[in-house]
Design a protein around this ligand. Structure first.
Ligand code: FMN
Length: 304
């Protein structure tokens, strides 16, 4: 058995969980899976992670469940609609967000924590916000309460043969916007100098934001640092998400808000890993915006 296979036995997950920054580097959207079901030990660890992630940093509630194939039942999930984008997934992490002002950001934050725990179990994952048949997943989830939505799901399973290629693509760094277009100092005019004083300690946390998954890889997050405050903004992609006729028609969630929550998760995990404490607050600093497409979302206030 090759070393890579040894890492990926259907059961016997790794015993130590790697640091968040390593998991963030390792994660990529896996769209091809091996046929073996996810073993019982890994399923247990995923269940623990789902149970530990039900209240978001902005106060809203979510609940998650794993819909997994059982041994000898490899066709059971084939009927779940992913329009052919996902090949052979043996599991899906499905979830519900309870409606609240920041429900979609919290949902992104919480589900990304579960995604990273799956990465730590050597499982492949892929967020699915547009290409899944919502009604089928809702049924497998056992239904939604009246005040709940299912904004996105995540396919999960043992990594198939698309792994090494995608990682190479990622390493070339060609698929992410440069830091100078994402991170700013005091206002949107001045790119953040990552090597300078206060920002330097956060370089790894910012890189983790840059590496975050986002719907159609639009990377809508923008950050403005002002002293100990890191303000997170959403720069909406034109014709995408909220207000778009297609999204309304297909009842697709406002996925760029989910993207923001994922970025919050990456930023916080890596900041804390580096001993940088802080808290989330929603308090618009009133910084002048570069355009109507940009809106304030949340601030990380570093403990000084
Ligand atoms: C909220 C959200 C929804 C997504 N929806 C889909 C989807 O419906 N189908 C799909 O194939 N990938 C989907 N993706 C995966 C993105 O395309 C992917 O994260 C992005 O291209 C960056 O690639 P990486 O995840 O490999 O770093 C989604 C990602 C996010 C965060």
């Amino acid at each position: 058995m090759a070393a890579a296979d040894a890492l990926q036995t259907p059961d016997a997950p790794p015993t130590m969980s790697p640091r968040a920054s390593r998991l963030i580097r390792r994660r990529y959207s896996c769209r091809s899976y091996r046929a073996e079901p996810i073993g019982a030990a890994r399923q247990r660890r995923l269940a623990e992670s789902m149970a530990a992630n039900t209240t978001g940093p902005l106060g809203s509630q979510a609940r998650f469940a794993l819909v997994a194939a059982t041994p000898g039942d490899d066709s059971a999930l084939r009927r779940l609609g992913t329009y052919g984008f996902i090949k052979g997934a043996t599991g899906f992490i499905v979830g519900a967000a309870r409606r609240a002002p920041n429900d979609l950001e919290d949902y992104g934050y919480l589900l990304e924590r579960v995604v990273l725990s799956a990465t730590g179990l050597d499982l492949g994952t892929c967020w699915l916000g547009g290409t899944f048949t919502r009604s089928t997943f809702v049924r497998r989830f056992g239904g939604l309460e009246r005040d709940e939505t299912m904004p996105a799901v995540v396919s999960v399973g043992l990594i198939g043969d698309d792994g090494s290629e995608r990682i190479r693509e990622r390493e070339e760094g060609t698929r992410r916007l440069p830091s100078s277009e994402l991170f700013f100092e005091r206002g949107f005019g001045e790119p953040l100098d990552l090597a300078a004083g206060g920002a330097a300690g956060y370089a790894k946390a910012l890189e983790a934001v840059r590496m975050a998954p986002s719907a159609t890889n639009k990377q809508p997050w923008r950050l403005v640092r002002d002293g100990t405050a890191w303000h997170f903004y959403l720069r909406r992609t034109k014709g995408y998400g909220k207000g778009s006729a297609l999204f309304t028609l297909l009842r697709i969630a406002d996925l760029q808000r989910v993207d923001l929550g994922i970025a919050m998760c990456h930023f916080e995990l890596v900041a804390r890993e580096r001993g940088l404490a802080g808290d989330w607050v929603v308090r618009d600093p009133g910084i002048s915006l570069p355009g109507k497409d940009t809106q304030y979302v949340v601030t990380w206030v570093a403990a000084s």
